[in-house]
Design a protein around this ligand. Structure first.
Ligand SMILES: *Cc1c(COP(=O)(O)O)cnc(C)c1O
Length: 305
C-alpha cells in the first residue's frame, strides 16, 4: 500500500520529505527504493514543524509520515504539516496503521492520502497481509488506479473477506485495546526507566496526540537501560504475552525492534531515529489487563528490573 501510494504519483526528479522515525520497510522505501528511480528524499525529525518547512525544495511533491510512528511513538502535528503541504502544492501521504480510522482521521486535519497496513489492527487477528489506500475519488481514479490496475498489488478475495470481517469489530477492539494499553502503560511507567506512550502525560507530545486521536491505541514503547541483553531477557521471561513483530492483534505481543523490525537499517540510522538497543515495543491485546500486568511483573523481575 505504501509503495503504491508513493510510486503512483512520483516520477524521476521529484523530491519527498519523509519522517525519520518510521516502520523499517517504510524507511527502506524512502532510503533505498525511491532513489533508485531518481526520486530524492530528505528524512527529518517529524516532531519538528520547522524541519518540515526547511526541507521543502522546488521539486518537493510528497510529505510522507506515520503518526504515531513505529516504534518511537513520535507524533506529527497534522494540522500544521498538512496545511504547510497545501500551501506548497505538496501531497501528504499519512501512514495511519497505528491508529486506524477509528482512532484518528488524518483527512480531518488536511491529509490528502491515507494509507494503511490492514495486516495490523484492521485484521486484528494476525491472519492476512493486507493494505489500503484512501483518497479523493478524483485522485483514486486518475492517479492510483492506472498504477494499481497495471502493476497488480491487489488483495485476494479470501484475504479481502478476512479484513472485512475484522472491520466489523474494529471499533470495539480499538477502544478496548486502548483502554488496556493505558492500564498496562501506567503499570510499566512506574517500573521502567523510559516509556513512550501517547496516552500518558509523560509523553512529550501527549496533548497533541490526544487532540488528534480519540484514544491512545494499543501500541507503545519503553526501554530498559541494560541494552539488548536485558531487553531479550525480559522478552524471554514472558509467559502469557507472545514475542512477535505483529501489532494491532487481539493478543498481546512484544518485540525488540533493533533485532527485528528495524534490524535491516543498521545501528546508526536506528540511533538517529530513537530506536535504541534497550527499546521494546508492545501491542496490548484484549486479555484481562490484570493478567498482562502479572506477566510483565514476573518477566521484569526475571530480567532484573
Ligand atoms: C507493519 C507496518 C507497515 C507494513 O505493513 P505490512 O502489512 O506488514 O506490509 C507499514 N507501516 C506501518 C506503520 C506498520 O506498522
Amino acid at each position: 500500500a505504501m509503495t503504491t501510494a508513493l510510486l503512483c504519483q512520483l516520477q524521476m526528479g521529484d523530491h519527498v520529505v519523509a519522517a525519520r522515525a518510521a516502520f523499517g520497510s517504510c524507511r527502506w522505501l524512502t532510503d533505498n527504493l525511491l532513489p533508485k528511480w531518481g526520486i530524492s528524499t530528505t528524512t527529518i525529525d517529524s516532531r519538528d514543524n520547522d524541519a518540515w518547512k526547511a526541507a521543502i525544495q522546488p521539486n518537493t511533491k510528497v510529505f510522507f509520515f506515520e503518526t504515531p510512528a513505529n516504534p518511537t511513538m513520535d507524533i506529527v502535528d497534522m494540522a500544521y504539516v498538512c496545511g504547510l503541504a497545501r500551501e506548497h502544492g505538496i501531497t501528504t501521504v499519512v501512514d495511519n496503521a497505528f491508529a486506524t480510522s477509528v482512532l484518528q482521521r488524518p483527512m480531518d486535519f488536511g491529509a490528502d492520502v491515507v494509507a494503511y497496513s490492514a495486516t495490523k489492527l484492521m485484521d486484528g487477528q494476525g491472519r492476512v497481509l493486507a493494505g489500503a489506500v484512501c483518497s479523493s475519488q478524483k485522485w483514486m481514479d486518475e492517479v492510483l488506479l492506472p498504477f494499481q490496475r497495471n502493476t497488480g498489488p491487489n488483495l485476494s478475495p479470501f484475504n479481502a473477506w478476512v479484513v472485512h470481517k475484522g472491520l466489523e469489530t474494529l471499533e470495539l477492539r480499538a477502544m478496548r485495546q486502548s483502554e488496556n494499553a493505558l492500564k498496562v502503560g501506567k503499570f510499566l511507567e512506574a517500573r521502567v526507566p523510559h516509556i513512550m506512550h501517547p496516552g500518558l502525560e509523560s509523553h512529550p507530545q501527549h496533548t497533541l496526540a490526544m487532540q488528534q486521536m480519540k484514544a491512545c491505541g494499543p501500541i507503545f514503547a519503553f526501554s530498559v537501560d541494560g541494552g539488548r541483553k536485558q531487553a531479550h531477557a525480559l522478552l524471554n521471561g514472558l509467559q502469557l504475552i507472545d514475542i512477535s513483530n505483529n501489532i494491532g492483534d487481539a493478543r498481546s505481543l512484544m518485540c525488540h525492534p533493533a533485532s527485528s523490525t528495524h534490524h535491516g537499517m543498521g545501528p546508526e540510522a536506528r540511533e538517529a531515529m530513537g530506536v535504541g538497543e534497550g527499546l521494546i515495543r508492545i501491542n496490548v491485546g484484549l486479555e484481562d489487563p490484570a493478567d498482562l500486568i502479572e506477566d510483565l511483573d514476573q518477566a521484569l523481575k526475571a530480567a532484573g528490573l
